[in-house]
Design a protein around this ligand. Structure first.
Ligand code: NAD
Ligand code: GLY
Length: 361
């Protein structure tokens, strides 16, 4: 078992992240132990509940089941979770436990952050994306008609339990969606932690088959490496005023593609991989990296067998990029590669970007 510690010094906030592949009965016991004699509710993703209700046989009257899908991360369900907690007379020292992917973690976490101004919150991520990204770092949110994740908070959990056995039932699309974010960490490793000696890109390169086959030991090491990088970033910049922006590597283009395809055609991770390819091209054109590094990165991506997505013309995606949450003034912000496993932030005006990508059409 790996035990990692998140330590947000500015708020004297500390919490552990446990990563293992123990039997689910052990995990259930640990969750109950964590709550001690306190009251709790469990917010479950519906599919996960169907798959694992035997292993996690919490009292039925404490279970809130959230239907499957991104659209369930909405105001209505957020209020329903709060009402459910109120009906169970939860107090601030009690617990909300989220068991599911990023959707459940985000909405239950946001409910926890506002319930009596903040109740204890436990994350039990069940997708690769949630294990390596959304359960770590305290971003919690719901979607609105105006856009995704527009209402939310920074609210750190009390503890995160990552159990790689959940990955066994994850379908290949969702698994590869999570892998998209994992591969992203490889390209930003040195910017997250300049002292990191893991060499995630090399690990991704050498262990492709084991990773695609969800080899348990390899996945534990991989998830652990990604979580350590995310911890470094969040400890430095909890509220995304600087360093945390590097986690958006590949995301400016990815978000545009997701919007253009109504969040239906492709998974988030697939779009991030496409966004990384876009960023690599842009970086070559700006002379930030040479073609050799671009080939090395493209080679690693290719090993993971991502299909190329539909290509959009710049007149379609650039206007969407200007509405990105991370756009500032007249500029579109990109995180771009600068050298091996390192990235930096670059701003482009709209005409400048049209000019640079013109031959991509
Ligand atoms: P998700 O929660 O919708 O889960 C994806 C699918 O996997 C669902 O159909 C779910 O039923 C299924 N699933 C979950 N666990 C399973 C398991 N063990 N076996 C079989 N099926 C399983 O999506 P996600 O990709 O986990 O998360 C995406 C969400 O996370 C988005 O809402 C995104 O905005 C959010 N997010 C948040 C952060 C953050 O920092 N808070 C970071 C990244 C993404
Ligand atoms: N997933 C991006 C972040 O946590 O900041």
């Amino acid at each position: 078992m790996n035990t990692l510690e998140v330590n947000i010094k500015s708020r004297a906030k500390q919490y552990p992240i446990y990563i293992d592949n123990a039997d689910f009965s052990v995990l259930r016991r640990k969750i109950i132990q964590e709550c001690g004699d306190k009251n709790y509710i469990v917010v479950f993703n519906q599919k996960v509940y169907k798959l694992y209700s035997k292993e996690f046989d919490f009292p039925k009257d404490r279970i809130f089941i959230l239907k499957d899908g991104e659209k369930e991360k909405n105001y209505k369900n957020y209020l329903k979770i709060l009402d459910f907690a109120l009906s169970k007379k939860l107090k601030r020292e009690d617990y909300i436990i989220a068991i599911g992917g990023g959707v459940v973690g985000d909405i239950a976490g946001f409910a926890a952050s506002t319930y009596m101004r903040g109740i204890n919150f436990i994350q039990v991520p069940t997708t690769l994306l949630a294990m390596t990204d959304s359960s770590v770092g305290g971003k919690v949110a719901i979607n609105t008609n105006y856009g995704k994740n527009l209402v939310g908070a920074f609210y750190q959990p009390k503890v995160v339990f990552i159990n790689t056995n959940f990955l066994k039932t994850l379908d290949v699309n969702q698994y590869k969606s999570g892998l998209g974010e994992v591969i992203k960490y490889g390209f930003i490793e040195k910017s997250c932690d300049e002292d990191s000696e893991f060499d995630l890109l090399n690990f991704l390169n050498e262990n492709c088959e084991k990773i695609l086959n969800k080899d348990s030991y390899t996945m534990e090491r991989l998830i652990s490496a990604c979580v350590q990088l995310k911890i470094k970033v969040v400890e430095n910049d909890e509220k995304e005023s600087g360093l945390r922006k590097i986690l958006n590597y590949g995301h400016t283009y990815a978000h545009a593609v997701e919007k253009l395809t109504n969040y239906r055609k492709y998974t988030h991770g697939e779009c991030v991989i496409e966004g990384i390819k876009f960023a690599l091209n842009l970086a070559v054109k700006k002379n930030l990296i040479d073609k050799e590094y671009q080939f090395l990165c493209s080679d690693i991506i290719q090993k993971y067998e991502y299909k190329p997505l539909k290509a959009f013309v710049s007149s379609k995606y650039i206007p969407i990029m200007t509405t990105d949450k991370k756009a500032t003034g007249d500029c579109i912000n990109f995180i771009l590669p600068v050298q091996y496993a390192q990235v930096g932030e670059y701003k482009f005006t709209v005409p400048e970007l049209f000019e640079l990508v013109s031959d991509n059409k």
